[in-house]
Design a protein around this ligand. Structure first.
Ligand SMILES: [Zn+2]
Length: 300
């Protein structure tokens, strides 16, 4: 866990505090050898915004600072209170400044050097894929679909590129659906022309702006950016997870059965599946197929 290219990621990279607007309070390592989500796992569970920034939690007034929490409930158990004490101890003597947050690394064991944002992002992406992704699970979607999405986020889907990396596959790694680029998780779910058409149709069906996703995380965090109430966000997130499942099945059909499925047909299947899954979960007599097929937001 927490290893990057065979080295301990957190012991090599650490944040230098600036204004706290870039560094994530719980997820990045800014106050020691480990991120707070690992040091204080019970408090992390209570955090409402897992990806909040330092500046969201540390408020400064005239040289003093205080903490601004957003808990799902107040920490009250013995272990939660202990973690809170540890955390406050680690915060002693730290201040935010007006400069930008920056990253340092001592990769080579020599003098610390500044870490470029580009290198950092790449490292963080790889690191998240191992451990840090916070998945929002939706009850009305079958568990197999959620597991598929979660595994995709962790790069644990047996794509051709992944199989070749593990020496399971020796042939071509070209995507079977578009036959244009290598089949990676990112390509399959975001970059492939088939996936892009699926997302365009899903956006139109859900009455949301066009979906621009560059990796699986963008898809699984899309619900956070769509307008509307919690119910609407939950429906959209469920549809995204169901769509990833449908894309994966279409891909398997092509790879194993040589059967091609057009994006339009994939979306028809998504509409039918989600209709039945959703109907089984909610008690609403007005929930009818024709309306759902036309607009997934018609109940809103
Ligand atoms: Zn493709």
């Amino acid at each position: 866990m927490d290893r990057f290219q065979g080295k301990n990621f957190y012991s090599k990279v650490y944040a230098k505090l600036g204004d706290g607007k870039f560094i994530q309070f719980w997820i990045d390592n800014w106050c020691g050898m480990e991120a707070l989500r690992i040091r204080c796992p019970n408090l992390f569970k209570l955090e409402r915004k897992k990806r909040c920034k330092l500046a969201d939690r540390i408020k400064q007034y005239d040289g003093n600072w205080e903490l601004a929490w957003d808990w799902t409930r107040i920490p009250s158990s013995e272990v939660e209170r202990q973690e809170l004490e540890t955390l406050l101890g680690m915060m002693e003597g730290r201040t935010l400044s007006f400069g930008r947050d920056s990253w340092c690394w001592n990769w080579t064991g020599q003098k610390d050097s500044d870490f470029s944002v580009r290198a950092l992002k790449k490292a963080m992406v790889e690191e998240y894929q191992q451990v840090g992704f916070v998945m929002y699970w939706i009850k009305w979607v079958p568990i197999k679909c959620s597991i598929n999405a979660w595994r995709a986020a962790c790069q644990r889907i047996p794509t051709k590129t992944e199989l070749r990396r593990r020496d399971v596959l020796t042939g071509s790694v070209t995507c079977s659906m578009c036959e244009d680029q290598d089949e990676t998780v990112e390509h399959l779910f975001t970059g492939c022309v088939v996936a892009m058409e699926v997302w365009a149709r899903i956006a139109a069906w859900c009455k949301i702006p066009p979906i621009y996703a560059f990796d699986v995380k963008d898809l699984l965090e899309l619900y956070k950016t769509v307008a509307g109430n919690k119910k609407r966000k939950k429906i959209i997130h469920g549809i995204i997870i169901a769509s990833m499942w449908a894309i994966w099945l279409a891909r398997n059909d092509k790879v194993f059965n040589r059967k091609e499925t057009k994006a339009e047909v994939i979306v028809e299947k998504i509409k039918a599946n989600t209709f039945w899954w959703f109907k089984n979960r909610i008690s609403c007599n007005n929930f009818v197929w024709n309306e759902w097929w036309r607009n997934s937001m018609y109940l809103m």
